[in-house]
Design a protein. Structure first.
Length: 132
C-alpha cells in the first residue's frame, strides 16, 4: 500500500498546496481498477480488490487527474476530473459514485485498504520493453 503512494509522491515534480486524495470503497464481490491520468501523459493504475478499498494521492502541481474506475478488461464504469479529494463508492450494482471524503459510518468501512499499482490499462510507469 505504501509503495504505491511513495511512487506517486516520488514522481511528483512539485507539491501542490492542495493535493487530491482519492479513496475507493469496493464492498462488491468484483475487482475493479482505479486509474489516474494526467494531461501530460502520466498514468497510474491501482487494483481495487473485491470487498476492500484503495487509496491514491495526486501531488502534481497545477494538474488535476482524470480519475476513472475500470473493470479488469479496462472498460470505464465511471470517470471524474477532480478538483478536490473524493471518496468513490462502488455500489452493489457495480456503478461508482464520487462524493466528498468523509468518515465511514460504523460497519461500512472496508476491511482492508490495498493499494497495489499494476501494469494494465495504459499505466505508463511500466514501459514496454524495447526490442534489441
Amino acid at each position: 500500500m505504501l509503495g504505491g503512494l511513495l511512487v506517486l509522491a516520488a514522481l511528483a515534480a512539485a507539491c501542490s498546496s492542495e493535493p487530491i486524495f482519492v479513496t475507493v470503497d469496493n464492498p462488491t464481490a468484483d475487482e475493479y481498477l482505479l486509474r489516474l491520468s494526467w494531461s501530460y501523459g502520466e498514468v497510474h493504475v491501482f487494483r481495487v480488490p473485491s470487498g476492500k478499498g484503495a487509496f491514491a494521492v495526486s501531488l502534481q502541481s497545477g494538474y488535476r487527474p482524470l480519475v476513472e474506475i475500470l473493470r479488469p478488461d479496462c472498460s470505464v464504469v465511471g470517470s471524474w476530473t477532480l478538483d478536490a479529494s473524493a471518496l468513490i463508492r462502488i455500489g452493489s450494482d457495480g456503478r461508482p459514485s464520487a462524493g466528498p471524503p468523509g468518515e465511514f459510518s460504523p460497519g461500512t468501512e472496508p476491511p482492508e485498504t490495498v493499494t497495489e499499482e499494476v501494469a494494465a490499462c495504459g499505466a505508463t510507469q511500466f514501459p514496454e520493453p524495447t526490442p534489441t
